[in-house]
Design a protein around this ligand. Structure first.
Ligand code: SF4
Ligand code: SF4
Length: 163
């Protein structure tokens, strides 16, 4: 059975740089505009409530935190300057620290960033006539791979996060 955990709740507060969750009054403005809600039933106001109550371990182990599309709409819509987005990112950080299963797409994004500096693969476009074009045929400049110095900084940042 799920149980509130004060130590984990504190961890999220530390990650957010706050002393307490005083800001959310459950108005649902974040949820009513959430991009992921339309697609994946993520309810930001419920996440805020559960974290505030201390059900952090359950959320950090749940796949739902990985469905946030990081669109930041909830940050803009909240009348209280609360941020479900930042709470969800703090939960993701906690999940990674605990070596929870990270969705394959995120791991792929990291290797893509190292390979070409982009979080997605370079894609072809298809026109209304169903013709496909790549960057070269559109005379777009070639995307150069990131420099070694970028990769060194990236790895250093990852290592620091794990400390
Ligand atoms: S986080 Fe903000 S927008 Fe969302 S329910 Fe709480 S007060 Fe409302
Ligand atoms: S940042 Fe995440 S939680 Fe906030 S509105 Fe966008 S998808 Fe929803």
């Amino acid at each position: 059975m799920a149980e509130p955990n004060e130590a984990s709740r504190r961890k999220i507060l530390v990650k957010l740089g706050r002393d307490e969750f005083l800001d959310c009054f459950q108005c649902l403005k974040c949820t009513s505009g959430c991009t992921a809600l339309k697609l994946l039933e993520l309810k930001p106001h419920e996440i805020m409530k559960l974290v505030r109550l201390g059900f952090v371990n359950e959320l950090a182990a749940s796949e739902i935190i990985w469905t946030c599309a990081t669109c930041l709409k909830c940050v803009q819509r909240c009348p209280q300057k609360g941020s479900p987005y930042h709470v969800i990112m703090a939960l993701r950080n906690l999940a990674v620290e605990r070596e929870a299963k990270v969705p394959e797409a995120y791991l792929k994004a990291v290797s893509q960033i190292l390979e070409n500096g982009l979080s997605q693969t370079i894609q072809k476009i298809t026109t209304r006539k169903m013709e496909t074009f790549d960057r070269t045929s559109l005379k777009l400049p070639k995307i150069s791979a990131p420099k070694e110095s970028f990769q060194a900084v990236f790895f250093k940042a990852l290592e620091e996060k794990q400390e």
